[in-house]
Structure formats: structure tokens, C-alpha cells
Ligand binder design. Structure first.
Ligand code: HEC
Ligand code: HEC
Ligand code: HEC
Ligand code: HEC
Ligand code: HEC
Length: 154
């Protein structure tokens, strides 16, 4: 238990460090990277996850290495997660959601997140209301069962 807690505190600390780094999807659009290059969980796991600084440094060891923003990035521990200080997209804890299940159903990222490549700073493209989820589930023949999305309802 104490070890787990220590690890969680460590993870939170390195994430907080990464929240001060700027990142623009738009500036990276010409590179035509797969979303999963940075959000590795999006194809198969529940959470899409955020990239570690070491992922960025594959390129930024050389690209724009003398820019002040990249110097701040380079100074971080390699395992820092580059995460937003404030989340744009989120759902309440009582909702069950899996990126992997949607990737398996060939639902594109843009259906829920819009075209992130056009944005310097992401904005909420859709409000994740129950209607938003259910409308597409009706159209696509996916689950409409209450406990399909609400884990605790019986
Ligand atoms: C080169 C790395 C990289 C690539 C490639 C990338 N992202 Fe990101 N993404 C990030 C970083 C870093 C953040 C956190 C900083 C921020 O929010 O701007 C982020 C944040 C996000 C968020 C915001 C989550 C929130 O709630 O604030 C979404 C959604 C997202 N990315 C979707 C995508 C999609 C969809 C693609 C592909 C079309 C993509 N990203 C490609 C690095 C990347
Ligand atoms: C596949 C290579 C690649 C990866 C991975 C990558 N970048 Fe970049 N990044 C670039 C390129 C290319 C540019 C544009 C450089 C230019 O404008 O000449 C850029 C631009 C930037 C800039 C603007 C720098 C400036 O001063 O103009 C920042 C900040 C940045 N990236 C941060 C990040 C972060 C944070 C990550 C990881 C989440 C990341 N990058 C991952 C290639 C990459
Ligand atoms: C069916 C809608 C939907 C699709 C499709 C979808 N997402 Fe998400 N995404 C969400 C929701 C809902 C959240 C908020 C999850 C939460 O709060 O627990 C989220 C959160 C995120 C986050 C924040 C980090 C995290 O893990 O919570 C990132 C990054 C992200 N999505 C990237 C992607 C990428 C990349 C794709 C495509 C490969 C994608 N998403 C496809 C609905 C979707
Ligand atoms: C744009 C269409 C679309 C949207 C929007 C959407 N879904 Fe889905 N969802 C699907 C499809 C298609 C599947 C079925 C994937 C499969 O069966 O392979 C699915 C599957 C699921 C599953 C998995 C069910 C299972 O049997 O494993 C859950 C849970 C789920 N969605 C929850 C949500 C929630 C919560 C939201 C809103 C935040 C949402 N979905 C928004 C299309 C969508
Ligand atoms: C496809 C996914 C999905 C299905 C199926 C679904 N819900 Fe929901 N439901 C959601 C989401 C997402 C929210 C949260 C919306 C928000 O944050 O505004 C929600 C919110 C709710 C709330 C409001 C809870 C609160 O305290 O704000 C109730 C009540 C509810 N759902 C009941 C049901 C019932 C009853 C069923 C079955 C008939 C059902 N839901 C089926 C996704 C779903």
C-alpha cells in the first residue's frame, strides 16, 4: 500500500511538471503522425493516456532545440507526462467508457474530439451528454442497456 501511494504521488508530481509545457496539435499537423504515437492507449485501452517527455524528445533533441519552450521541455524528467493543466474532455466517474471498444468499432477520434490538427489549443467540440452517446449508439447498433454505460446500475 505504501509503495503504491508513493508511486502515485511520484506519478502526480511528474505529471504536474509536464503541465507547464506548451503543446500545439496544429504545429505538429504537417508531420502526419498517428494519434496513437502520443496517445498510446487510444487504440486498445480504456484511457487514451498522455505522452511522456521522452516521446517528445525523440524529435526535439534536435528540432528547435534552442527555442525557450523546448529548453523547458528538455529540462523535465524523461517520464513526465505532458498533460493539460485543465482537462477539456471528461465524463463523470459513474460512466463506463473505453477508447479500445470504440477503436474496435472503427469509431474515429474526430467523431468525439473534432479535428484536433486545426487547433493550437483544444476546445470541447461536443458536450458528452447522455444524448450524445445514445444517439450514435442507436445509429450504429451499439449498446443501449443502462448498465452498458452505467457500471453500477443493475
Ligand atoms: C506529438 C504528440 C501528439 C500527437 C501525435 C497527438 N497528440 Fe493529442 N495531445 C498531446 C499532448 C502533449 C496533449 C496534452 C496537452 C494539450 O492538451 O494540448 C494532448 C491532448 C489531447 C487531448 C485533450 C484531452 C483533454 O481532455 O484536454 C485530446 C482529445 C487529444 N490530444 C486527441 C488527439 C487526437 C485525436 C490526435 C490525432 C488526430 C492526437 N491527439 C495526436 C500530444 C499529441
Ligand atoms: C515526430 C517529431 C516530433 C515529435 C514527436 C514532437 N514534436 Fe514538437 N515539433 C516538431 C516539429 C517538426 C515542429 C515545428 C518546428 C518548426 O516550426 O520549425 C515542432 C514544434 C514544437 C514546438 C514549438 C517550438 C517553437 O519554439 O516554435 C513545441 C513547444 C513542441 N513542438 C513541443 C512538443 C511536445 C511537448 C511534444 C511531445 C508531446 C512534441 N513537440 C513532440 C516535431 C515533433
Ligand atoms: C466515442 C467517443 C470517443 C472517441 C471515438 C475517442 N474518444 Fe478520446 N475521449 C472520450 C471521452 C468520453 C474522454 C474522457 C474520458 C474520461 O473522462 O474518463 C476522452 C478522453 C481522451 C483523452 C484524454 C486522456 C484520457 O485518456 O482520458 C485523450 C488524449 C483522447 N481522448 C484521445 C483520443 C484519441 C487519440 C482517439 C482516437 C484514437 C479518441 N480519443 C477517440 C471520447 C472519445
Ligand atoms: C460516434 C459514435 C459513438 C459515440 C458518440 C459513442 N459511442 Fe460508444 N460505441 C460506439 C460503437 C460503434 C460501439 C461498438 C463497438 C463494437 O461493438 O465493436 C460502442 C461501444 C461502447 C461501449 C462498449 C460496449 C461493450 O459491449 O463493450 C461502451 C461502454 C460505450 N460505447 C460507451 C459510450 C459512452 C459513455 C459514450 C459517450 C461519452 C459513447 N459510447 C459515445 C459508437 C459510439
Ligand atoms: C451510451 C451510453 C449510455 C447509456 C446506454 C445510458 N446512459 Fe445514462 N448517462 C450517460 C452519460 C455519458 C451520462 C452523463 C451525462 C452528463 O455528464 O451530463 C449519463 C447520465 C445519466 C443520468 C444522470 C445522472 C446524474 O446524476 O447526472 C441518469 C439518471 C441516467 N444516465 C440514466 C440512464 C438510464 C436509466 C439508462 C437506460 C435506459 C441510461 N442512462 C443509459 C450515458 C449512457
Amino acid at each position: 500500500m505504501r509503495l503504491t501511494r508513493a508511486l502515485l504521488l511520484f506519478a502526480a508530481a511528474v505529471t504536474a511538471a509536464g503541465q507547464n509545457v506548451e503543446f500545439s496539435h496544429k504545429k505538429h499537423a504537417p508531420l502526419k503522425l498517428a494519434c496513437t504515437h502520443c496517445h498510446a492507449g487510444a487504440a486498445k485501452a480504456e484511457r487514451a493516456t498522455f505522452p511522456e517527455a521522452s516521446r517528445c524528445m525523440i524529435c526535439h533533441k534536435t528540432v528547435k532545440a534552442s527555442s525557450p519552450a523546448i529548453k523547458r521541455l528538455a529540462a523535465l524528467p524523461a517520464a513526465s507526462r505532458i498533460a493539460p493543466a485543465e482537462r477539456v474532455f471528461f465524463i463523470p466517474d459513474f460512466i463506463w467508457f473505453s477508447h479500445g471498444a470504440h477503436a474496435a468499432g472503427k469509431v474515429e477520434c474526430r467523431s468525439c474530439h473534432g479535428d484536433v490538427w486545426q487547433k493550437d489549443k483544444l476546445t470541447a467540440e461536443a458536450v458528452f451528454s447522455m444524448k450524445f452517446c445514445v444517439d450514435c449508439h442507436k445509429e450504429r447498433g451499439a449498446t443501449l442497456a443502462c448498465n452498458g454505460c452505467h457500471e453500477l446500475l443493475q
